[in-house]
Ligand binder design. Structure first.
Ligand code: FAD
Length: 320
């Protein structure tokens, strides 16, 4: 069976959920071979094996942390040369997309970014994308070279699929040309304790209807009751009520959670572009004519300051 390279997104060997989702999708196409760069390969290998990785190609080098992505592209290319895979899958993170694009250029392959589903096809993997501000869903296949595909978080559920997950060291030579941009400092963002917006299974977003930074704790309380991330419309961000890192939409982040709750958001096309692929959409809006109600699975016409706290209380009560 053909092998499929899966780029591992991790923090010191703690594998992030989008990689486990990629392994589930890779299994539809062939045998997943994980590529782990940096520290913690042995820790990661156990989790990767539980989710279907037949092999883990591991490499660690100071260049992976000292420079921007180019040394990682060298490593992924080394893995590509070693395996001759049927496809290369990466998460649709900022880093994942940059690595994917650079690799595709180097190996002369086509690339698909931000896929929301992936299936095996007679002539190679077929990726589903949501395009033109989510106005269309397309299915595409790469016709040149080895398909390089990035997949949005929450596009598939991780699957338990025990496999060997044997760790093999990958020999990597980092080219001088890959050391062009050095990282000079890192400042970790203050942790909110909430999941990362693009990876969260549930997102609760607030818009102009929240009417002030001082009211966002109403949204945060519902998010915390559900273990969700907090999102915001651009109107709320532009007003300075919530950080830009939490903006959902065309000029913000693109999310695809299992559940998206929009409170006090009208549903402008630019907002929809960032959340329309969510599996279940709930809107709370006091205007029954708000466009957001055109795309929801469940709509509540009401004042968010009544509905959201009541929902939070109900969720907390059910958790006991
Ligand atoms: P509004 O459109 O003002 O809607 C507020 C809603 O809250 C209304 O429907 C109202 O009925 C409801 N409401 C008010 N009070 C309450 C209450 N108490 N209870 C319940 N409901 C209430 N927008 C984004 O979100 N993300 C983007 O990335 C983005 N990128 C853009 C890029 C470009 C190039 C442009 C031109 C625009 C972009 N926008 C983006 C802006 C977008 O067009 C809208 O202006 C924005 O999404 C509106 O935000 P909103 O829904 O919060 O505000």
């Amino acid at each position: 069976m053909a092998e499929v390279l899966v780029y591992v997104d991790h923090v010191d060997g703690a594998v992030r959920k989008p990689t486990l989702e990629l392994l589930a999708l890779a299994r539809r196409i062939g045998e997943p071979v994980a590529v782990h760069l940096g520290a913690g390969a042995d820790t990661a290998a156990a989790v990767l094996a539980e989710h279907g990785a037949v092999k883990v190609l591991a490499a660690d080098a100071p260049e992976f942390t000292e420079y921007l992505v180019a040394p990682k592209v060298d490593a992924l290319q080394a893995a590509y040369d070693a395996v001759s895979p049927a496809a290369v899958l990466l998460p649709s993170s900022v880093e994942g997309k940059e690595i994917a694009a650079r690799l595709a250029v180097r190996i002369g392959s086509g690339i698909i970014t931000d896929a929301v589903d992936l299936e095996a096809g007679d002539e190679g993997p077929v990726a589903t994308q949501s395009v033109f501000a989510a106005s269309f869903t397309t299915k595409s296949r790469i016709t040149k070279g080895t398909p390089v595909i990035t997949v949005k978080p929450n596009s598939a559920a991780p699957e338990a699929a025990p496999a060997a997950g044997t760790v093999e060291q990958l020999a990597v030579t980092v080219a001088d040309s890959s050391k062009g941009t050095k990282i000079v400092s890192r400042t970790p963002r203050e942790s909110t304790g909430r999941p990362e917006l693009t990876e969260a299974a549930i997102v609760v977003s607030g818009g102009r209807g929240v009417n002030g930074a001082e009211n966002f704790p109403v949204i945060e309380a519902l998010a915390d009751s559900l273990g969700a991330a907090v999102g915001a419309s651009r109107a709320a961000v532009d007003a300075g009520w919530y950080p830009h890192t939490n903006q959902v939409g065309q000029t913000g982040k693109s999310v695809s959670p299992q559940l998206y709750i929009a409170a006090g958001i009208s549903g402008a096309i630019q907002h929809r572009a960032g959340m329309q692929t969510s599996k279940t959409i709930v809107a709370i809006n006091k205007d029954a004519e708000a466009p957001i109600f055109d795309l929801v699975d469940y709509g509540v016409v009401g004042d968010l300051f009544d509905v959201v706290p009541a929902l939070t209380d109900e969720v907390n009560a059910r958790k006991g």
